[in-house]
Design a protein around this ligand. Structure first.
Ligand SMILES: Cc1cc2nc3c(=O)[nH]c(=O)nc-3n(C[C@H](O)[C@H](O)[C@H](O)COP(=O)(O)OP(=O)(O)OC[C@H]3O[C@@H](n4cnc5c(N)ncnc54)[C@H](O)[C@@H]3O)c2cc1C
Ligand code: FES
Ligand code: FES
Length: 1364
């Protein structure tokens, strides 16, 4: 053991460090001392590189992706890889080159081909996720010697989330860089297509998604998808512009570092093991770091404090990768992506039987986090964190790995992985020890290792239950005997759990079905999860433990059958249990016609800001440079759902660094009550809090971190009061928001039920959970005063700048004319920034006004998710009467939504649910009552569809049930009850221009419904453990705000003398392409190119009193208002224009100006002929309807609940589309968001169903626990069509609204899943109808598929718990 005392480098590390440097986009930067607390993202944004976004701060969204280039001395190569800048400590990239979106390309010097492709193929809507996607793709291209495969491209995007696009256009934009069959891309003639075969415009390949290329009027233009040669990127063409690796960094020696950070934090970077051991001896509690993907989360989200951090990433002894005849030694600092590469290469090189464990690791690592996390997270970090749901630890345990541990005196001991985990996040490491390396032995002939994992989402999600299983078999005569075994589970206990009794049982047994049956019984007792276990889903998790073992048994038996004649044959249909999930490349197809009107309307123009978005130049609220003296705000939030506030103690907060003030209800200058319709919310709670997350006060400080820290130190004392935490509790307690009971009636329901006309009457309940908006850009406002507080101005991320103006004016007591709110663009809204953003501005305005300083309030992702409301959960109680044929005669319906603690828009939401409760069906007798429940949750709010989808989902549930009761197909019942042209709805509106029947018929043909039905039935017959299901769903979505006065719009149009046009209107650009469509309308109106029209921002001082951008109606309304303004200007220009033949619009404009003609006009539009009277329950609620239909085919794994959508085929009637590509983008985005709602996204609250969560608290408050669809969740085949030849006479340029209508169509996936479950239940003789709550998560799917592995834990009526 050598002493380190005289070691030169150790002295250096304790003394003054060398100069710490970093290159960013080719520019050398010296890193000052004192920033050890800072992330790379904070640093980049602080130095003005705001193209890299903060979406979540927890590695879950990819918005902060940058590329790191590092010189690897061992291989003497430069490594390029994508990382999440939000988790990377600043000093961890010392000596490296960071390339951000700004370094890739820009509009002045030229876009990089990746940027160009994404912009031109409509892959950027709101643009907030866009830089992250570009950086992931860019890093893949720079790190690949050869063009990547399509699979690699999709894999590299798994760590990037997009909430707008539905991913298809992003994949299409990037797949042009993939290695593929050149012939497929070099033009159609080289293809020998069969007659009638299609060329898919997305892939350029033959496809079967139904569109006949030669018949499609506009879409199948393969030029749009021209492949880009890889050499364009890394080769001669683009390389001149590509940033090179700074020579200084390849020459520079990596030296030890000792740096400091805020609050006394010390950062060490030893570069030798000895140095590390020395520091560890000095600071036994120091945290070792490589990826910081655990420690970063602990420090930032869990509030843990560590004072000494040791970055061990660059210590050669911990980066060992040594392969010999016994196995592989893996250094503890080896990054997971490196590990994956190593395993892949040894699998190729070593004999097959030796690498069974390696293959299991490869499979498990595929689903481990996203690429950015795997690129930095290390083996030792995963092991030593000892998470009970670690994906790798059960595999190390089962594959007999050994951990080598070294102490500060260099003594090395070896611990079996099986024995290393000793308690919750506790391992067999003494304070003076670290993990040196892991030794993984080769497997032997007849030794098999297999991995298992089930999560909410397949990609980038932590496991619910995982496992590693191994058996070693020996031949004895004809039989195979278990000679050794190891069965380890994660997610079943407080630590990775070795099922020792199971192991004991297995050893010595013959490998056959008897062993299986008996082992399952042993596991059942060995691995039983406690009823009250954290994480819940106990029945599901218990079932998974058995399902996994069953799968293991079948898999091993199958492996044996490959090398030996099967000892015991397994029915072929059972192999469906072990077929791996394959990841085929996604195929997208779009079918539409282009009806061009004038210069621009009808063209597939790209989003006006696309080029700015792909280069990171587009600014969002948080990117705007703050004025000097700006303070940062953080909220003081209630921690209990219902309580009296007894005291607020701010002493500790006041002493906190950087503190500048705490503001409470008493400090509000004017009115503390706000609300969009009824002012029933307190800006700051006064005496009583009514939900967790209610704002009690706001702290301002010099930095965001300091504001958060100080806010955390405000101590509030409560007297707890009883809380209502579900719709059912609200109904029992009659807890409803005042005056929110609404009725709609048609015919006479009672009479119909009593008259005997109904052959059958059914009753039931449908419940569905809520949904988080998950816009990528969180809520935020920057507020400042002008003239000492005489005026207040703000920039806000909102769909309703006018609401911000109104709230701030009310709270401060200023006239609205002195308050201005501007919004340039927002990074997604989806309804979540319609009313719930208002309080953010109002809260920030109080300290800004009182201190006369700018204040910025940006919500952290977890706070945003916790407090700003969601899509409402709903409960529907129905009674339906129908004939034996299937004709619906009467519907009696009660609808309840969970309003939360204030009314917000909940009444309008329940009303829309009531309007849409007929979906597309003719129901002669209807009675609907809707009520808004008051509960102790944060107020729920608007979300795409605004209650319509919930209403229609209830309808489709009972329609499906009628089909089941009558043993008919759902489509037969649906078609039999369709409304027709002239039908009168239950609220008295006559259907005109109803295209439902055309859409349905076209869809049925397009998806070849009957054929697919036969194929699915056949598949289900042949496969016991995988089932497929299909469904078709129609929709009719009413377009207009149901509150009449909101259906008005204003615009301001200026024509300048150079012929360019500046348009301002009341709508907000949130990615939906509103500004692009409106600009197209202006361009067509003036007969000028689109490039001559510009829309800068939305501002309350340009267009006053604007309605929120919502209800899908903005293009209709603002387009018409802009057209009105354009027509006025054109009329004024006409006398001049008619006298001369001007060569350009600029000449005309100049001439008009010289003639003193006003070239500016205000336009205005009201939606005509609408009006609904709730007193009579009759009227014209909507200007028109957008109709659509969708088909989906899904496949489920009945043993785990895993599912994927094989096909989605969607058709909508959008009249003459203003911009077909933008409309297709809206449809795809809405569909995938809807898919999230029906199948993936589950909000879990602390309620009676989830007692392991603190009452009233949202458990799923971040991307770590709340899973929106990722790139891997989109349908394998995704076709979108627009109905041709049906202009809409009721809206501008014959178009139709698109934003919300397609959302509900994703319920085809839900009913497809249900169809598949039905097939699974039929296998065990369960034929009758069954309820399925939405979302149909793996838990609900698996538990509905009853079998021998779930029956020990549940009965047939079991309902997994749901927060409703
Ligand atoms: C978005 C996201 C997704 C994730 N997905 C998954 C997933 O799918 N599956 C999964 O299993 N995990 C997942 N994780 C957890 C995490 O990525 C892993 O645990 C990771 O391997 C930790 O490695 P690290 O290098 O980042 O650890 P760090 O945060 O750097 O360190 C973690 C801990 O390990 C200790 N440590 C590190 N090296 C040593 C050593 N040599 N000796 C002793 N102690 C040491 C440190 O002191 C620290 O306490 C995810 C995390 C995030 C943020
Ligand atoms: S902000 Fe970094 S991953 Fe979301
Ligand atoms: S474009 Fe991806 S989140 Fe908006």
């Amino acid at each position: 053991m050598g002493s380190l005392k005289n070691d030169e480098e150790t002295e250096q590390i304790e003394g003054k460090s060398m100069e710490a440097i970093l290159y960013v986009n080719g520019v050398r930067r010296v890193l000052p001392d004192g920033l050890a607390h800072m992330t790379l993202l904070e640093y980049l944004r602080d130095v003005g590189l705001t193209g890299t976004k903060l979406g979540c701060g927890e590695g879950g969204c990819g918005a902060c992706t940058v590329m790191i280039s590092n010189y690897d001395r061992r291989s003497k190569t430069c490594l390029h890889y994508a990382v999440n800048a939000c988790l990377a400590p600043l000093y961890s990239v010392e000596g490296m080159h960071v390339i951000t979106i700004e370094g890739v390309g820009n509009r002045k010097l030229g876009l990089h081909p990746v940027q160009k492709s994404l912009a031109s193929l409509h892959g950027s809507q709101c643009g907030f996720c866009t830089p992250g996607f570009i950086m992931s793709m860019y890093a893949l291209l720079r790190s690949s010697k050869n063009p990547p495969s399509e699979e690699e491209i999709e894999e590299c995007l798994a760590g990037n989330l997009c909430r707008c696009t539905g991913y298809r256009p992003i994949i299409d934009a990037f797949r042009v860089f993939a290695k593929t069959d050149d012939a497929l891309y070099s033009g159609l003639p080289s293809l020998s297509l069969q007659d009638g075969q299609n060329i898919c415009p997305s892939t350029g390949k033959p496809c079967s998604c139904g569109s006949k290329a030669k018949n499609a009027t506009a879409i199948c233009d393969s030029n749009r998808y021209r492949p880009v040669s890889f050499s364009d990127i890394d080769g001669s063409k683009y390389v001149d512009k590509e940033l090179i690796f700074p020579p200084e960094l390849s020459l520079r020696k990596t030296a030890p570092l000792k740096l400091t950070g805020a609050r006394g934090l010390i950062w060490y970077r030893p570069v030798r093991l000895q140095q590390l051991l020395e520091i560890k001896a000095k600071y036994p509690d120091a945290k070792l770091l490589v990826g910081n993907t655990e420690v970063g989360i602990e420090m930032r989200l869990k509030g843990l404090e560590y004072w000494v951090l040791i970055s061990v990433a660059q210590i050669p002894e911990l980066n060992v990768l040594h392969v010999d005849d016994n196995g592989i030694e893996i250094g503890s600092a080896v990054r997971l992506s490196e590990l994956l590469r190593l395993f892949r290469s040894v699998i190729k090189e070593r004999p097959d039987h030796e690498t069974s464990a390696c293959k299991a690791f490869v499979e498990q690592l595929k689903w481990f986090a996203g690429t950015q996390i795997r690129n930095v997270a290390c083996v030792g970090g995963n092991i030593c964190t000892a998470s009970p749901i670690s994906d790798l630890n059960p595999l190390w345990m089962s594959s007999s790995a050994e951990f080598r541990v070294i102490d500060d005196e260099k003594n090395v001991r070896t611990v079996l992985a099986e024995d290393f985990f000793i308690g919750y996040r506790s391992v067999d490491l003494r304070r003076n020890e670290i993990l040196l390396s892991v030794f993984l032995p080769w497997t032997r002939p007849l030794e098999y290792v297999k991995e298992f994992k089930q999560a909410h989402r397949r990609d980038d999600d932590i496991a619910l239950v995982n496992a590693g299983m191994r058996v070693f078999l020996e031949e004895k005569g004809q039989e195979l005997i278990v000679s050794d075994a190891s069965i380890a589970y994660g997610g079943v206990a407080a630590l990775s759990f070795c099922a020792r009794k199971t192991k004991e049982f297995l050893i010595g047994k013959v490998w056959n079905y008897d062993l299986l049956q008996d082992a399952l019984k042993v596991i059942q007792n060995d691995v039983l999860i406690r009823e009250d276990a954290p994480g819940g889903m106990v029945e599901f998790r218990n079932s998974l433990t058995l399902s996994f073992f069953f799968k293991f048994f079948l898999w091993v038996s199958h492996q044996i059958s490959i090398v030996r004649p099967a000892v015991e044959s397994i029915p072929p249909s059972h192999f469906s249990a072990v077929q791996p999930v394959s990841r085929p490349s996604r195929i997208g197809c779009q079918d539409y016609e282009t009806v061009k009107q004038g210069t621009s309307v009808g063209s597939s123009e790209i989003h006006l800001s696309a080029k700015m978005q792909v280069t990171g130049e587009a600014e969002y609220t948080d990117d705007i440079p703050v004025p000097p003296n700006t303070l940062h705000a953080a909220l003081v939030l209630s921690k209990v759902p219902h309580a009296r506030i007894l005291a607020v103690d701010d002493a500790a907060a006041k002493a906190s660094p950087g503190f500048a003030g705490l503001f409470l209800a008493k400090d509000v200058p004017a009115n503390n009550k706000i609300g969009p319709i009824v002012a029933d919310e307190e800006l700051f709670a006064t005496d009583v809090v009514t939900c967790v997350g209610q704002v009690i006060g706001v702290v301002v400080a010099d930095t965001h971190e300091n504001a958060k820290t100080a806010a955390g130190k405000v101590h509030v004392e409560y007297e707890k009061l009883p809380a209502i935490l579900s719709i059912k509790e609200a109904i029992d307690a009659k807890s409803f928001h005042p005056n929110t009971e609404k009725w709609l009636r048609k015919g006479d329901v009672e009479l119909c039920f009593e008259s005997g006309q109904c052959d059958r009457i059914i009753e039931g309940e449908v419940q569905m959970g809520g949904q988080e908006h998950f816009y990528l850009e969180p809520h935020g406002s920057l507020v400042w005063t002008v003239d000492g507080g005489s005026e207040v101005h703000m920039v806000s991320s909102t769909q309703a700048p006018q609401k911000h103006q109104q709230y701030v004016s009310r709270v401060l007591g200023l006239p609205m004319s002195k308050v201005v709110c501007k919004t340039k663009r927002i990074g997604g809204g989806f309804g979540g920034k319609e009313t719930r953003s208002g309080f953010v501005a109002a809260v920030a305005s109080v300290p800004s006004y009182l201190l006369n300083r700018p204040v910025k309030l940006i919500l952290d992702r977890d706070v945003d998710m916790m407090i700003t409301g969601h899509r409402h959960s709903f409960l529907g109680k129905y009674k339906v009467g129908f004939t034996n044929e299937g004709k619906v005669l009467a519907l009696d319906l009660e609808i309840y939504n969970n309003g939360g603690n204030s009314l917000d828009l909940s009444l309008s939401v329940v009303e829309r649910a009531m309007f849409h409760s007929d979906n597309v069906y003719e129901i002669p007798n209807m009675r609907i009552v809707g009520k808004v429940c008051f509960t102790n949750f944060p107020s729920n709010t608007a979300f795409r569809g605004f209650g319509g989808p919930q209403g229609m989902l209830i309808t489709e549930n009972w329609m499906q049930r009628i089909a089941a009761e009558l043993d008919k197909s759902p489509e037969e019942i649906q078609e039999m009850n369709f409304q027709v042209e002239g039908s009168i709805t239950h609220y008295g509106q006559r259907l005109e221009y109803c295209t439902l029947h055309q859409l349905w018929a076209e869809l049925k043909t397009s998806c070849d419904f009957l054929k697919v039905r036969r194929e699915v039935d056949e598949f289900n017959r042949d496969n016991r453990w995988k089932k497929r299901g299909i469904a078709m769903v129609p929709t009719k979505f009413g377009i207009s705000f149901t509150t009449k006065f909101l259906n008005q719009a204003g615009a301001l149009v200026h024509v300048y003398t150079d012929g360019t046009v500046l348009v301002t209107h009341g709508g907000v650009e949130m990615g939906q392409g509103l500004h692009t469509k409106v600009a197209q309308i202006a361009a067509t109106a003036f007969g000028i190119p689109l490039s001559s029209v510009y829309i800068s921002e939305t501002s309350t001082d340009k267009v006053p009193n604007a309605s929120p951008t919502a209800a899908s109606a903005s293009s209709d309304m603002y387009g018409a208002a802009v057209l009105d303004a354009c027509e006025q200007i054109k009329a004024r220009m006409e006398p001049v224009a008619s006298k001369h033949n001007f060569s350009s619009f600029a000449e005309l404009a100049s001439a008009c100006h010289l003639q003193r003609i006003d070239l500016s006009a205000h336009g205005f539009h009201i939606v005509p002929d609408i009006g609904f009277d709730w007193k009579t329950g009759k009227g014209t609620a909507f200007r028109y309807y957008t109709y659509g239909s969708a088909f989906a085919e899904v496949e489920i794994d009945t043993l785990t609940g895993d599912f994927h959508t094989r096909t989605a085929d969607v058709i909508l009637d959008l009249g003459y589309s203003l911009n077909p590509s933008i409309d297709v983008g809206q449809i795809e985005g809405a569909f995938i968001q809807g898919l999230g709602w029906v199948a993936l996204e589950e909000l879990k609250w602390g309620d009676a169903a989830h007692r392991w969560i603190r009452p009233g608290t949202l458990f799923t408050a971040g991307p770590g626990n709340y899973k929106i669809p990722s790139v891997n969740d989109i349908p394998f085949k995704f076709k979108v069509s627009l109905l041709k030849g049906h202009p809409n006479v009721k809206a501008i340029h014959s178009s139709k609204a698109v934003g919300e209508p397609p959302f509900f169509l994703a319920s085809a996936v839900f009913f497809g899943i249900k169809d598949a479950i039905r097939a699974a239940r039929a296998e065990v003789g369960l034929k009758e109808w069954f309820p399925l709550d939405s979302p149909a998560t793996p838990e609900r799917i698996r538990m509905a598929c009853l079998d021998d592995f779930s029956s020990p834990f549940v009965s047939s009526g079991f309902h997994p718990k749901l927060s409703v």
